[in-house]
Design a protein around this ligand. Structure first.
Ligand SMILES: [Zn+2]
Length: 147
């Protein structure tokens, strides 16, 4: 179709982006006209930078709302200057991505829930116990990835 390359993105992505903008919390909720004009930019930029229209993007766009005079202008600038999405945090112990917690008295770096709930004792000298620990870590990693 002639002129298709001028379209900023698939129409349903733009519609989803417009809906996403209209659902931003106050004081970020744009006027419908503003949402309509920003939606194609958001759809294109978010796709290019690896963001989904979800809570992480909402948090990124609505961060630090205090001291801002014009939220629409800041929202527009943030959409246009959207950085690449940071890679998901990984467990400091087993390397699994997912929701991480800070385990008390263990590692200062965040670990996944299975690693936090299983106390990491000194490695056993018993080969059978070592194999069991490895199997358990692999299972924990699979569990975390499935989430
Ligand atoms: Zn872990």
């Amino acid at each position: 179709m002639p002129g298709e390359h001028l379209r900023p993105g698939p129409a349903d992505d733009v519609a989803a982006a417009e809906q996403f903008l209209m659902n931003l919390p106050a004081p970020w909720t744009p006027w419908p006209q503003t949402a309509r004009s920003l939606a194609p930019v958001l759809a294109t930029t978010a796709a290019a930078r690896g963001w989904h229209l979800g809570t992480a993007l909402r948090a990124q766009l609505t961060d630090r709302p205090d001291g801002i005079r014009s939220h629409p202008a800041v929202l527009s600038a943030r959409i246009r200057q959207l950085p690449n999405r940071p890679p998901p945090a990984r467990c400091a112990s087993c390397g699994a991505p997912g929701s991480l917690v800070h385990a008390n008295g263990q590692s200062p770096r965040p670990v996944c829930v299975p690693c936090a709930t299983v106390p990491a004792g000194p490695p056993s000298a018993d080969p059978a116990a070592q194999a069991a620990a490895v199997r358990s870590a692999i299972r924990a990693g699979r569990r975390a990835r499935r989430r």
